[in-house]
Ligand binder design. Sequence first.
Ligand code: HEM
Length: 260
Amino acid sequence: PVAVAAETPAATAAEEEKKGFVDEMRAVAMKLHTREQAREGEKEAQGPEEKSPTQWEPTIEGYLKFLVDSKLVYDTLERIVEEAAVPYCRADGVANVSGIVSDAHFCCDQESRNQQDGVDAEFRNTGLERSASLAKDLEWFREQGYSIPEPSAPGLAYASYLEELAKKDPQAFICHFYNVYFAHTAGGRMIGKKVAEKLLNKKELEFYKWDSDLRQLLQNVRDKLNKVAENWTREEKNHCLEETEKSFKYSGDILRLILS
Ligand code: HEM
């Protein structure tokens, strides 16, 4: 419930665009699906992961690799938005007497943090976070006697790319943030259901459960994304949209692990 810098000139320009920016991000993402993946998809399937999950032949080992690499990506996203609140306070030298830097309320208010360049701190605690639920799922697999693999190349590559973007390209970072979290609630859930039916005796993993109404959580994040993008120029918006392909590429490489 904190007011974000809304009265900048950029916001006025954006007001002319009736729909929010999330609609634009969604439209670009939907076109990059294959016809098999989603009704609005326009691409032809190339790799096996681009076919409908109903046709997949997943393996548990592959699925575990996918979960481990997904966790690395969520850990990274969640750490980046968590840390987004902190550097301002440190750089500003505003002493935090208790030495607790993680609670930025001690040293600077939400508004000044949101006005910084870089990743927006308001994407913390959206309720969409997946890192903790994946940790529980991996623990469950361990208890079942599976050995949990180390993160593999696709997850490591995506995590380091996200780190890089967080430092120097907030618009591109937001594109990945949107696609990763929203994809998981749509196609991700279809995949989870398929794998659970084929391999897990229908057990529903924590990865596919949210603490409160998912539709509401998604809407809250859409609202925040729209608000942040109101302060972007058209060029910055286009730059964000153009990043969508990379998001599909990196996520596709991780999805493909399920079939390995
Ligand atoms: C939405 C399927 C992979 C990003 C959707 C929808 C479906 C779907 C059925 C819902 C469309 C609707 O609202 O009716 C799949 C399948 C995939 C896959 C089967 C892979 C096997 C991906 C990937 C990304 C992605 C790799 C990007 C990294 C999105 C986004 C939405 C979406 C952003 C919009 C969600 C929303 O509006 O709430 N997908 N998808 N999807 N997908 Fe995917």
